[in-house]
Design a protein around this ligand. Structure first.
Ligand code: ARG
Length: 461
């Protein structure tokens, strides 16, 4: 059995089940690259400060690089007896380069080491998330552009409210994702500081240079309090919170895709590649992908609640409870990245049933507000106009007629302010294109938003 680096004060070996129970190697091995990256920066700093010899640092760095290559080639056996990724790598280092490997842990503790590893790891993963977010946004913009004339019913309470451009509806999700990206880049700033140098909790007696390590690892600065450095997991919580909001957005979108692809709505067709069939009903094509994304939103919320609960009421500084931070964090990352990736492809391959959407938009008196606005422009107070059009709609229901089908005489029986030009206002296109102010659904307003999104993206890339 491998000798534990902390075995010195113990007389009995660890119980085997306890060993397995307390180990994190099964899940924290995914941090290996960052653990080595952090150790290399630390070793260089130790030599630069004269804490270890230059030659020793070189031997350590070479050893770590060789271990990295081994792990990458699958030539590394992770040992549960060695508990976690930190001790697995350190033990292997000593095995490889001899006792000098034992100098790497000078002026460091696993407590500041693990805080560093997670920050380094999450930093890279956040960049990946931004890329996938970007791909989904691109897919939305492309669909919005390709389907610019398509009109669909806009809903409130899932009741037909006013006609909107399908592109406008898609751009609503573009905005949500824009805020999501903002939340991730915002938390990145708080994440991007070096915790190493905190030691176990109180700092270190060695003359370390934290700023040098921070610079080598591309951090914007160093943490300001050693107790906080080893016990802070806000960055993981912030990430899980931002991820929860993102997943909430994707689950709303999923819900709409599921509704829209049903025979009752019939607004879109999801590519076969994103659906599955039924083992008993031959006609079925089930929207599994959006359903699963909607379902996975639950586990991401659960991870946030789990992690908040792990951290709740923990006394300063490090506590073993905090080892429970990794699985919810990793699971959230995997779920978010998977969901974004599949969503981007699904949106890119979506096909739109424009006629069916337009027919649906024409039902449900979706231009009633336009009649009210028309009467208001003739000087009638809005509340009275609302009453007039309410009666008009009731009449339409009784007569089984749509608003544009009413004769001028019928219109005028509700208000003498209505003239022949009313017919210019009650079509779907007129209704949509009348909403021209910034953020409205008029074709020109939507085109402006697409153009500004394109500009913003061009500037960013
Ligand atoms: N595996 C541990 C974790 O993930 C590393 C830090 C352990 N520190 C300690 N003092 N036991 O939290």
């Amino acid at each position: 059995m491998s000798k534990k680096p902390w075995a010195g004060r113990f007389t009995q070996p660890t119980d085997q089940f306890v060993e397995a129970f307390t180990a994190s190697i099964d899940f924290d091995q995914r941090l290996y690259r960052y653990d080595i990256q952090g150790s290399i920066a630390h070793a260089r700093m130790l030599a630069r400060q004269g804490i270890i010899a230059e030659g020793e640092a070189r031997t350590i760095v070479d050893g770590l690089e060789a271990i990295l290559a081994d792990i990458e080639q699958g030539d590394f056996e992770f040992s549960v007896a060695l508990e976690d990724i930190h001790m697995n790598i350190e033990a292997r280092l000593i095995e490889r380069i001899g006792p000098v490997g034992g100098k790497l842990h000078t002026a460091r503790s696993r407590n500041d080491q693990v805080a560093l590893d997670i920050r380094l790891y999450l930093r890279d993963e956040l960049n990946r998330i931004q890329e996938y977010l970007d791909r989904l946004q691109e897919a939305l913009l492309n669909q919005a552009e390709a389907n610019l004339g398509v009109i669909m019913p806009g809903y409130t309470h899932l009741q037909t409210a006013q006609p909107v451009l399908f592109s406008h509806h898609l751009l609503a999700y573009y905005e949500m994702l824009r805020r999501d990206a903002g939340r991730f880049s915002d938390l990145f700033k708080r994440l991007n500081v070096l915790p190493l140098g905190a030691g176990a909790l109180a700092g270190t007696t060695f003359p370390i240079d934290r700023e040098f390590v921070a610079e080598q690892l591309g951090f914007a600065g160093v943490t300001r309090n050693s107790l906080d450095s080893v016990s802070d997991r806000d960055f993981a919580l912030e990430f899980c919170a931002a991820a929860s909001i993102l997943m909430m957005h994707l689950s709303r979108f999923s819900e709409e895709l599921i509704l829209w692809s049903s025979a009752d709505f019939d607004f879109i067709t999801l590519s076969d590649a994103f659906c599955t069939g039924s083992s008993i009903m031959p006609q079925k094509k089930n929207p599994d992908v959006p359903e699963l994304v909607r379902g996975k939103t639950g586990r991401v919320y659960g991870n946030l609640m789990g992690l908040l609960t792990v951290m709740k009421a923990l006394p300063l500084a490090y506590n073993k409870d905090m080892q429970e931070d990794k699985e919810p964090l990793f699971d959230t990352l995997d779920t978010v990245i998977g969901s974004l990736k599949i969503f981007a492809d699904m949106i890119a391959q979506l096909s739109v049933k424009a006629d069916s959407m337009r027919q649906a938009a024409a039902r449900g008196f979706s231009t009633a507000t336009d009649v009210a606005d028309y009467v208001v422009r003739k000087g009638v107070p809005f509340r009275d106009a609302h009453e007039i059009v309410g009666k008009t709609v009731r009449y339409c229901i009784e007569q089984s007629k749509d608003i544009p089908e009413l004769s001028l005489a019928e219109f005028r029986s509700f208000s003498e302010h209505i003239d022949e030009d009313i017919y210019d206002y009650v079509t779907l296109d007129a209704s949509v294109n009348a909403r021209r102010a910034t953020g409205g659904t008029a074709r020109e307003a939507v085109q402006r938003e697409i153009a500004s999104a394109r500009r913003e993206r061009a500037e960013r890339n």
